[in-house]
Design a protein around this ligand. Structure first.
Ligand code: CMP
Length: 139
């Protein structure tokens, strides 16, 4: 069965959307395998967003992700990587359809409530990054 990494970002936690977001994936029929609430360190945030290192908004991304607690999760289910991306919706609020998490709950490009892995490779990398055995990544 396919696994993916989903994360409620600091804005989603601060706005009290953890339950709403978890419910959407539970209601879909997916299984929550692991969950950890933590305030990410700069190191894990930079590693998580490594592919965006050269982007002009990289610093903003890292500052935002380290600004407060997030909920890091491992979810499992059939075709969950592609389906969860559809459920999350597009990054740009102008493209995020109503009915998707971002379409219903997010109004800006940078504070967009949730992250989901975009491929099997990303899912494997992100799950290994966030679910290490020690709590060494907690600031
Ligand atoms: P996420 O799916 O977590 O992965 C990359 C993030 O970069 C994306 O969510 C957005 O929050 C953020 N992002 C993408 N484009 C921009 C942008 N132009 N300005 C600020 N943040 C952006």
């Amino acid at each position: 069965m396919e696994k993916t990494f989903l994360m409620v970002k600091p804005d989603g936690v601060a706005r009290g959307l953890i339950g709403e977001i978890i419910s959407r994936f539970e209601n879909k029929g997916y299984t929550l395998n692991r969950l950890e609430m933590l305030t990410p360190s700069v190191e894990i945030a930079e590693a998580h967003y490594a592919e965006h290192k050269e982007k002009p908004f990289f610093g903003e991304l890292v500052d935002f992700l380290t600004s407060g607690p997030v909920v890091a999760m491992e979810w499992e289910g059939e075709n969950i990587i592609a389906v969860s991306r559809m459920m999350i919706g597009k990054t740009n609020p102008l493209d995020a359809q109503p009915g998707t998490i971002r379409g219903d709950l997010a109004a800006t490009m940078s504070q967009n409530v949730i992250h989901g892995s975009d491929s099997a490779e990303s899912a494997e990398r992100e799950l290994a990054l966030w679910f290490v055995s020690e709590a060494s990544h907690v600031s």
